[in-house]
Design a binder for this molecule. Structure first.
Ligand SMILES: *[C@@H]1O[C@H](CO)[C@@H](O)[C@H](O)[C@H]1NC(C)=O
Length: 156
């Protein structure tokens, strides 16, 4: 009886400590630094870099591709003093100069493929401070663990 109760409590703790899985890749950056984001799609396509702000409004930042000679061709740059295209490890990247508050958003690269857009993995750009806020989830889990343990001791 006690054993099954203990088991049930541990099951509850386990469920409580599971966080919803987040498909977005997170990337830490300090304001004022430059940051490079790598597109996980083939560089044979024309690549669009899209930023989505907290209101989930998408904005195209850059459209670029590679010419036959391997040189980069930029078809569109929303702000060429702020963004630059680059090629890294055979992938197309977006370099952001002097990351500011408004750059802390979610980025996608997309390629037009057979007349439809295909999207790469999303990257969430955030400052280390924001990650600490995220760490409050761990505090919550610890408190829940302590409460659950107390309940277990009560029953034994
Ligand atoms: C373009 O980038 C520069 C340098 O980061 C910035 O000062 C300026 O406000 C940006 N312009 C727009 C329209 O976002």
């Amino acid at each position: 009886m006690k054993c099954s109760l203990l088991f049930a409590c541990f099951a509850v703790i386990l469920v409580l400590s599971l966080k919803p899985s987040n498909a977005l890749k997170k990337m830490e950056v300090n304001l004022g630094q430059s940051q490079m984001l790598k597109c996980d799609m083939s560089y044979h396509h024309e690549i669009n870099w899209i930023r989505m702000d907290d209101q989930a409004k998408p904005k195209t930042l850059m459209v670029m591709g590679l010419k036959n000679d391997g040189a980069m061709s930029v078809a569109w740059n929303f702000n060429d003093s702020h963004f630059e295209g680059c090629v890294v490890d055979r992938f197309i990247g977006l370099r952001i100069y002097q990351v500011s508050e408004s750059d802390l958003a979610t980025y996608f690269c997309a390629a037009s493929h057979n007349k439809r857009m295909e999207f790469g993995e999303g990257i969430r750009l955030q400052t280390p401070e924001k990650l600490t806020q995220h760490g409050q989830g761990n505090v919550y889990n610890t408190v829940m663990l302590l409460i659950s343990t107390t309940i277990i001791y009560w029953f034994i």
